[in-house]
Write a protein that binds this ligand. Structure first.
Ligand code: MRU
Length: 367
């Protein structure tokens, strides 16, 4: 997607040095646009853990390149080194399914080769493939999701009002995004639309990232405090909700950014369609009951007790918003049960959030 008119992906290989991978440091957006270089598997683990890169798809792509870098670094091609690197990467963000999926895919590919040079070459090819696939699947799911927006737009006067939570935009993937892909496709098709952007406490992915990327692409949007969605839905001001997901069970339960469940409840109570957009890499085929089986990441309570932002002079600073001795509980994700979801928008088409329809769309992937 475009940043100040220039085309970017969220992760790419340095043109001159194949041992350097570049990312956009998302901690600094929207105040500063800084490209960071990652050179070691430790760099990748820190970038994922500390959220320089974040969002299910991008975490997967970063893990792919991280495993490539582990192979580059591996002393005397030591398989133990690669196994440990895999463990370190997988431990960085427990909820995101794409992370373990990408690491395991990389390990399988690397193990197919017997020489160090061939392993490195294969690792790079596979890491690139994971990133390219991520972008392509998001593009395709955008085309499928467009049909839902088109249908709503035919039925009503004025803009289609879409509410989204967190950032499931191109910044959360390699390109296009999941929740935003149908929005960008609708914009391209000339459909009149407007997006309600939840600020998404505590990390503010909505106000810092979604608002920024929609602004860069010229999509009309309005930032709202996290608790506003229910009110808007009660007053007919939301035509549909689209969110992303970090892990989706084969029965259609979905783990997404904390607060998604409350939006789904409000949507259900008000008859507002609630869609989840995802590339198939986000499915966890082994599990059915999301509430019981999806691990929920807990992060430092500093993210709750402090807020970061830009001063008028552009400098980024952090301020306390709670008494010094108050502790916080920082659950990163919650689970939205399948029964509250109108449909899953995937690269293969749209299906109901239930095992039968999911398996009909992905018959060979079921584990
Ligand atoms: O903690 P984050 O910013 O990685 O969480 C991201 C989300 O919750 C997104 O909605 C999710 O990854 C789905 S879209 C990639």
């Amino acid at each position: 997607m475009k940043v100040n008119g220039k085309q970017y992906r969220t992760i790419w290989l340095d043109e001159d040095n194949p041992h350097i991978v570049k990312i956009i440091d998302q901690r600094l957006l929207p105040h500063q646009f800084v490209v960071e270089e990652l050179r070691t598997v430790e760099d990748f683990a820190a970038a994922i853990r500390e959220m320089h890169v974040r969002g299910a798809g991008l975490i997967g792509a970063a893990a792919g390149f991280g495993m490539y870098m582990a192979q580059v670094q591996s002393p005397a091609d030591d398989p133990e080194y690669l196994r440990r690197a895999a463990e370190v990467l997988i431990a960085t963000r427990p909820t995101a399914r794409n992370l373990a999926w990408a690491v395991n895919r990389m390990r399988q590919e690397i193990n197919e080769e017997s020489t160090s040079a061939a392993r490195e070459c294969r690792a790079l090819t596979e890491a690139r493939k994971i990133a390219d696939e991520d972008a392509e699947y998001c593009r395709r799911l955008g085309a499928h999701g467009l049909s839902i927006i088109t249908e709503i737009s035919r039925r009503k006067q004025g803009p289609v009002n879409i509410l989204t939570h967190c950032n499931a935009g191109w910044l959360a993937f390699v390109d296009y995004g999941s929740a935003t892909a149908p929005i960008y496709a609708a914009q391209q098709a000339g459909i009149d639309l407007h997006v309600w952007v939840d600020e998404t406490r505590p990390w503010l992915q909505g106000s810092r990232l979604t608002a920024w990327e929609l602004g860069q692409q010229g999509v009309p949007h309005t930032l709202i405090a996290d608790n506003t969605g229910g009110h808007l839905m009660q007053h007919g001001m939301v035509d549909m909700v689209i969110v992303g997901t970090d892990r989706t069970t084969r029965c259609g339960d979905v783990a997404n950014k904390i607060g998604t469940y409350l939006k789904a409840l409000a949507a259900h109570d008000n008859g507002v369609p609630f869609y989840v957009a995802l590339p198939s890499s986000t499915f966890d085929w082994q599990i059915c009951d999301g509430l019981a089986e999806i691990p929920i990441e807990e992060r430092s309570d500093a993210e709750i007790r402090y807020v970061s932002g830009a001063l008028d002079d552009g400098g980024i600073t952090r301020v306390a918003i709670a008494p010094p001795h108050t502790r916080g509980a920082n659950y990163g994700f919650d689970v939205t049960p399948a029964r509250l979801i109108s449909g899953l928008i995937t690269e293969r088409g749209i299906c109901g959030a239930n095992e039968k329809e999911i398996m009909a769309l992905f018959p060979s992937t079921a584990g």
